[in-house]
Write a protein that binds this ligand. Structure first.
Ligand code: GLN
Length: 543
């Protein structure tokens, strides 16, 4: 039976619980254990799919088409274990299920209550599909004391009581702030946070104390005494220079040893961290650098492009170069001088995924600049659609080309996908339908043209990539676009849906309808990102 690690946070939010969970899982995996990480989000949205990136950062999409919290991206990048729908649940989804059951009459007249019905549903979620695992790490979103997270805390308390002894461990992540006026670290917030957790019936086994300064032994002892945790299990977690150092840093501080000890496992193998040392070496010792511009809409909040940023870094690791990312607001590029001044110094240009019309003319102008100046260009999802509209307007002579996403248009080079085949059968959509969970979501296969640039990048003609879109490039414009030099080099197996376009007469110009950034890993960079960064390196040597 799997063992469970419950990860909660205290004092403040944004302590990096997700990264901590991912790092701990990576360390256990490096000892040969089979792991899976799950995220419980206490908010009432059914999933983050309809939430603004400004609110919630990126929506991470799994192979099985779930729109999930961006922490699942960390989990997958650090462990290589593909996340699934069953790895992320929100209060909203739990309540939705319960209310549906209640309406069906499944509760046979019982009063439906938070305890036991909501807590039972949470426990069921935690325990589902865990038989073949050694460890399941469950991260609870939010901070202890939040009203919203109470049912989750209660479910953990119950599980810790119901599961066999030594099969659950509680890790609590806190902050030990440095008070400059006193010149001291302060342990009181941690004490309060643990007291709050204990009042909910959860005594933590391991405390991970985030701080900007080293934690003196005296503070460690004080926290141990007041919080009822062994001093060795009070793990200092200093801010790290890069996320790739975190697993090694936590290992050096004894996190994985203490967690295993709390389970009563004393004789575990040492972790094999070879692949992490290789990643860190590549990251810390680059042999050059490139500057890549990302022309998007949500550039002030980089969490909105979390996986993209990571995938670009991974592309850098593959080429042993540092990737400097310039986040550029597409709206500014409606001014041609501004565009030329900002894009001219770049080694490559990327237009990422996005929704809505704002900034689209700036994105289209950026595609044009990259095309005309032979600068490596990568368009992802909306970015690919913009590349098609640019080609249609400026090369194929379809002046009124646009997408129906921005309103009615005369030349819908990009239009609403009204139906497509999925594993569950034919999916149909209508304009004005529900927004939540109704896009073409998750992994779909695509066929690549044998002699295309993308086929050589992937080294194969059969791929599977993750999608999240409602619009598609209209195949009826294929001939016109191809006459303008934009080749359709990847399509859905039935030939109905364009998946990739490229320009053979350009050094590196690829647009993809899917999100390759979601599958890139530091120790396994995505081939498109590795190749794009290689093209940027070449470009940097030209100028
Ligand atoms: N808004 C576009 C669509 O729905 C692109 C989506 C995206 O970039 N993820 O098709």
């Amino acid at each position: 039976m799997a063992r469970f690690i419950f990860i909660t946070g205290g004092v403040v939010s944004s302590l990096g619980k997700g990264l901590m969970a991912a790092s701990l899982a990576a360390l256990l995996q490096a000892r040969g254990y089979k792991v899976r990480i799950r995220k419980f989000d206490p908010y009432l949205n059914v999933d983050p799919g309809t939430m603004s990136p400004y609110q919630h950062g990126e929506v991470y999409v799994t192979d099985d088409g779930a729109e999930t919290d961006l922490d699942l991206g960390h989990y997958e990048r650090f462990t290589g274990v593909a996340a699934r729908q069953s790895d992320n649940v929100t209060s909203g989804r739990i309540y939705q299920q319960i209310i549906q059951k209640e309406r069906r009459g499944d509760y046979l007249g019982a009063t439906v209550q938070v305890i036991p019905h909501v807590t039972d549903a949470i426990k069921e979620f935690a325990l589902a599909e865990t038989d073949d695992l050694d460890f399941v790490l469950c991260e609870i979103g939010g901070t202890v004391g939040d009203i919203e997270s109470l049912p989750f805390m209660e479910a953990i308390r119950q599980l810790r009581n119901e599961l066999p002894r030594l099969s659950t461990v509680s890790v609590h992540v806190t902050l030990v702030p440095f008070i400059a006026a006193a010149g001291e670290l302060k342990t009181k917030p941690t004490q309060h946070s643990v007291r709050e957790l204990a009042a909910l019936g959860i005594q933590p086994d391991v405390l991970l104390c985030r701080s900007e300064h080293p934690l003196p032994d005296s503070d460690r002892a004080k926290i141990a005494q007041f919080c009822n945790v062994r001093a060795e299990a009070v793990i200092p977690a200093l801010d790290a220079a890069s996320i790739y150092e975190v697993p090694m840093q936590y290992h050096a501080e004894g996190l994985d040893d203490e967690v295993l000890r709390a389970f009563g496992i004393g004789d575990a193998r040492d972790p094999d961290l070879t692949r992490w040392y290789d990643v860190l070496d590549r990251y810390q010792n680059p042999e050059g650098e490139v500057t890549i511009g990302v022309v998007g809409k949500y550039v002030v909040l980089q969490d909105a492009y979390k996986s993209l940023r990571e995938a670009l870094v991974h592309g850098g690791l593959a080429n042993r170069v540092k990737v400097n990312i310039r986040w550029l607001d597409a709206e500014l590029f409606e001014d041609a001088d501004e565009l030329a001044t900002r894009l001219e110094p770049l080694d490559a240009i990327l237009v990422p995924g996005g929704f809505g019309e704002r900034g689209s003319e700036g994105k289209i102008a950026s595609v044009r600049y990259a095309r005309e100046n032979a600068i490596p260009f990568f368009g992802i999802c909306l970015g690919m659609q913009m590349a098609c509209i640019e080609g249609a307007r400026n090369v194929s002579g379809i002046a009124r080309a646009s997408t129906t996403e921005f309103g009615d248009c005369e030349e819908p080079v990009v239009g609403l996908i009204t139906e497509w085949m999925s594993e569950e059968g034919l999916q149909k959509r209508e304009a004005g339908g529900d927004l939540g969970g109704t896009m073409r979501l998750g992994a779909y296969p695509a066929r690549l043209a044998p002699n295309s640039h993308v086929a050589s990048v992937y080294g194969t003609t059969e791929i599977s990539e993750r999608h999240r879109h409602r619009y598609e490039v209209n195949v009826h414009y294929r001939d016109a676009l191809e006459k303008g030099g934009l080749v359709f080099s990847g399509e859905s197996p039935d030939g109905e849906l364009p998946e990739i376009v490229e320009r053979p007469d350009h050094p590196w110009f690829i647009g993809v309808q899917f999100h390759p950034e979601l599958k890139s890993k530091p120790f396994d960079p995505h081939p498109l990102f590795a190749s794009f960064v290689a093209a940027a390196v070449k470009q940097s040597r030209l100028v």
